[in-house]
Design a protein around this ligand. Structure first.
Ligand code: PLP
Length: 392
C-alpha cells in the first residue's frame, strides 16, 4: 500500500495540506471517486425509485439495486438480506424494535452506546434480564462469555472491533457459544467492516450492522444484514410508502425483505456513494487495509510507550490506539494536538460504562486509515511530546 499516493485522491487533504487526520473511527474522509459518483448520480440518473415508470426512474432503480448487490457481496450476504438504513445506530434500533425475543440479553462492557442502549431500552420495556461480558486486555473475555451465555440467553450483541481499544473480539467463538445455546448474535461491524474482510457466512452471525461514513462512503447510509428467515419474521420498524404490496381499508400487505424495512424514499445517492466506496476499498484490498492500519497502530503504540507518563490501553494487534497520560486530561491532549495540526478524538467514545469500569474520565484515541503515513505518526508523536512539555 502507498498511503502517500492514496492521499492524493482526497480533496480535503489538498485544501488542508498540513492536516494529520487520525480520527477515522469517528468518520473517514472521502476520495474523489466517491464524491464524483454521487455527483454523477444526481447529474445523470436522479429520480425517485420504485415508483416512476419512465426510463430515468428505471435507471435510478438499477443504480440502487446495483448498490445493494455490491454491498451484499462485500459482506458475503444476499441482496435480500441487506437492508439500507441510516447508520449502525439505526440498524441496532431497528433490530431492538422489531426482533421478538423472550430470554436474557448479553451485551459487553465495552459496547458503544448505540449497540447498548437500544437493547437496554428493550430489556426495560419487556422486562428482560441483561448481563455484561467483561473486558480483558481490550477484548471481550471468552471465559466470561462461556460463563454468562447459557440456555436462558436469547440474544448476544457484541462489537467485532471495539472503538475504544481497536482489538478484534473473538466473534466466531462467541457465536459458537451463543448458537450452542440457541441464542441469536448481533454483530456491530462499525469498526470492522471498513478495515478488514468481513464475511457473515464465515462468521456465522445472525445480524451485522455498519455505517457507510466510516468506510469512505457518505453520511446517512448504513446497513443492516440479517439472515433472511429472521428478517422475514420481523415486523417493520417504520411503515409508509415504498414498503407495501397492497393497502386497503381493512388490510395491509408488506413488501418482501429487504424493502419491507425501507419505508419512504431511501438514500439512493448514499447507496450509490457506498457502492463507490466499496469499489475503492476492494481495489486496494481489505487484507492490505487491515495490515496497514495495524502496522501504523503498532508503530504509534511503540513510540507512545516510550513517552514518559503515557499509558496505552490498546492491546497488540489493535488497529487504533487509545491512551491516557499522567500529565493531561484527554481533552487537553486533543487540544494541544489540534494546535499542532493533528486531529484525534478525546473523551468517553460513547462507551461510558467501559470508562466507568476503567475508572477513567476518557482517553485520547488515534485511529488511522488507508491514507495515514509514517510521517503522520512522527507528527503525532512529536505533538504528544509537546503536550507533555506544556503540562509538566
Ligand atoms: C463500535 C461502534 N458502534 C456503533 C457506532 C455508531 O455509529 P453511527 O454513529 O454511524 O451510527 C460507532 C461509531 O463510532 C462505533 O464505533
Amino acid at each position: 500500500m502507498k498511503p502517500e499516493k492514496i492521499k492524493e485522491d482526497y480533496p480535503i487533504f489538498r485544501k488542508r495540506e498540513n492536516l494529520v487526520y487520525l480520527d477515522n473511527a469517528a468518520t473517514s474522509q472521502k476520495p474523489r471517486q466517491v464524491l464524483e459518483r454521487i455527483s454523477e448520480f444526481y447529474s445523470e440518473n436522479n429520480a425517485n425509485i420504485g415508483r416512476g415508470l419512465y426510463n430515468l426512474a428505471n435507471d435510478a432503480n438499477i443504480s440502487y439495486r446495483e448498490a445493494r448487490a455490491k454491498t451484499a457481496d462485500f459482506i458475503g450476504a444476499n441482496p435480500s438480506e441487506t437492508v439500507f438504513v441510516r447508520n449502525t445506530t439505526e440498524a441496532e434500533n431497528l433490530l431492538a424494535h422489531s426482533l421478538d425475543i423472550d430470554g436474557e440479553i448479553v451485551l459487553s462492557k465495552m459496547a458503544h452506546h448505540s449497540e447498548q442502549l437500544p437493547w437496554r431500552r428493550k430489556a426495560e420495556k419487556e422486562d428482560l434480564k441483561i448481563s455484561y461480558l467483561e473486558t480483558e486486555n481490550g477484548k471481550i473475555s471468552l471465559e466470561d462469555a462461556r460463563k454468562k451465555i447459557d440456555e436462558n440467553t436469547s440474544l448476544v450483541a457484541v462489537s467485532h472491533i471495539s472503538n475504544v481499544f481497536g482489538a478484534e473480539n473473538p466473534v466466531e467463538k462467541i457465536t459458537e457459544i451463543a448458537h450452542e445455546n440457541d441464542a441469536l448474535v448481533v454483530l456491530d461491524g462499525a469498526q470492522s467492516v471498513p478495515h478488514m474482510p468481513v464475511d457473515v457466512e464465515e462468521l456465522g452471525v445472525d445480524f451485522l450492522c455498519f455505517s457507510g461514513h466510516k468506510m469512505l462512503g457518505p453520511t446517512g447510509i448504513g446497513v443492516l444484514y440479517g439472515r433472511k428467515e429472521l428478517l422475514e419474521k420481523m415486523d417493520p420498524y417504520q411503515v409508509g410508502g415504498g414498503m407495501i404490496r397492497k393497502v386497503t381499508e381493512k388490510e395491509i400487505e408488506y413488501e418482501q425483505v429487504p424493502e419491507k424495512f425501507e419505508a419512504g424514499t431511501p438514500n439512493v445517492a448514499g447507496a450509490v456513494g457506498l457502492e463507490a466506496a466499496i469499489d475503492y476499498l476492494e481495489n486496494i484490498g481489505m487484507n492490505e487495509i487491515y495490515s496497514h492500519s495495524q502496522e501504523i497502530a503498532a508503530s504509534i503504540i511503540e513510540k507512545l510507550e516510550k513517552v514518559e507518563g503515557v499509558n496505552v490501553l490498546s492491546p497488540e494487534g489493535a488497529n487504533l490506539v487509545s491512551f491516557t497520560t499522567e500529565f493531561a486530561h484527554p481533552h487537553d491532549v486533543a487540544e494541544v494536538l489540534n494546535q499542532n495540526g493533528v486531529a484525534v478524538r478525546a473523551g468517553h467514545h460513547c462507551a461510558q460504562p467501559q470508562m466507568e469500569e476503567l475508572d477513567i474520565n476518557g482517553t485520547a484515541r488515534v485511529s488511522p486509515y488507508i491514507y495515514n503515513t509514517r510521517k503522520d505518526v512522527e507528527k503525532l508523536v512529536e505533538a504528544v511530546k509537546e503536550v507533555r512539555k506544556v503540562f509538566q
